[in-house]
Design a protein around this ligand. Structure first.
Ligand code: ATP
Length: 240
C-alpha cells in the first residue's frame, strides 16, 4: 500500500510546555485508524498539525508528498472537535457553501445522508439539537472525496444512537482508497471499525499496531488493552 502520511520527529511546544515529543508515524492509504489517548495526551494537537492549522515546533510532515498547506487542504477533510457551523444559516445553505468551497465535495452524497437524518433542509442550524449539529458537521466532512479524513472526537458528547449513526456514516461513506484517522478517548465505541490503533500518552506515541494483532496477541479487546496500558501509571513504552 502507498504511504499517505508521514510525520518525522515532530515536536510541538505551547510556550515552553511540550505537547508532542518526537512523533514518528507512517500511515498508508485505505485504512481506518484510531488515534487513542486520554484528555490532554496530544490528539487535537496532532490532528491540527495534519489539517494545516498548527505548525510543529520542529520536524517534518508530508501528506501525499506535500507539506500541510493549500494543496493538502484540497484533499484532507478535517472534522474539528469544536462546532464550526454558523447558527444563522440553514442546513441547505451550509451544504451549498461547502460544495462551492471544496472541489471534491459530492453534493449528492450530502443530500443522501441528510435524508437519513429526517431534518428539514431549510431549518436554521440554531434549531438543531447538539447531536444533529454533530451529524451535519460529519456529513459535510464525509461528503468530500478526500484522500485523508481527520476526525477529532467525532462521537464525543452525543448519545449512543447518534454514535452509531456517526460510525456507520464514516464506514459507509469514506472512499475506500482513502484513510480515516479518528481521534478519540471513547475506545469501546469505535474499536469495532478500526484497522489500526495508535496509542498516545503524554505527547508520545507508545503503540502503533493493527487491531487484529492486539486482539490475537493480547487476547483482549482494544478497550481492555488501553485500560491496562493507561492504568499502570508508568511511562514504560509498550511492546507487543
Ligand atoms: N493553545 C494551547 N496553549 C497551551 N497549552 C495547550 C494548548 N492547546 C493544548 N495545550 C496543551 O497541550 C497538551 C495536549 O493537548 P491536546 O488538546 O492536543 O490533547 P487532547 O489529547 O486532544 O486532549 P482533549 O481530549 O482534552 O482535547 C495538553 O497538556 C494541553 O493542556
Amino acid at each position: 500500500m502507498l504511504e499517505l502520511l508521514n510525520l518525522k520527529d515532530i515536536n510541538k511546544k505551547y510556550g515552553i510546555k511540550p505537547a508532542l515529543k518526537n512523533i514518528n508515524l507512517n500511515i498508508e492509504s485505505g485504512k481506518i485508524i484510531g488515534l487513542l489517548g486520554p484528555n490532554g495526551s496530544g490528539k487535537t494537537t496532532i490532528t491540527k498539525i495534519i489539517a494545516g492549522l498548527l505548525k510543529p515546533s520542529s520536524g517534518i510532515i508530508t501528506i501525499d508528498g506535500h507539506k500541510p498547506g493549500e494543496i493538502t487542504k484540497s484533499y484532507v477533510a478535517y472534522l474539528p472537535d469544536k462546532d464550526f457551523l454558523d447558527i444563522n444559516m440553514s442546513i441547505d445553505d451550509t451544504i451549498k457553501i461547502f460544495a462551492d468551497f471544496y472541489a471534491d465535495f459530492d453534493i449528492s452524497v450530502a443530500y443522501r445522508l441528510l435524508e437519513d437524518l429526517q431534518v428539514q433542509y431549510k431549518s436554521k442550524i440554531r434549531t438543531l439539537s447538539k447531536g444533529n449539529r454533530k451529524k451535519i458537521m460529519l456529513i459535510l466532512v464525509m461528503s468530500r472525496r478526500a484522500k485523508l479524513y481527520v476526525l477529532d472526537e467525532p462521537i464525543a458528547g452525543v448519545d449512543p444512537v447518534a454514535r452509531d449513526y456517526i460510525l456507520n456514516t464514516i464506514v459507509g461513506n469514506y472512499n475506500k482508497t482513502a484513510t480515516v484517522i479518528i481521534s478519540t478517548h471513547l475506545i469501546a465505541d469505535v474499536e469495532k471499525i478500526l484497522d489500526d490503533v495508535i496509542f498516545i500518552k503524554d505527547g508520545e506515541i507508545i503503540l502503533h499496531e493493527t487491531s487484529a494483532a492486539i486482539r490475537n496477541e493480547k487476547g483482549c479487546s482494544i478497550d481492555e488493552y488501553f485500560r491496562e496500558v493507561y492504568d499502570d501509571g508508568q511511562n514504560d513504552k509498550v511492546r507487543i
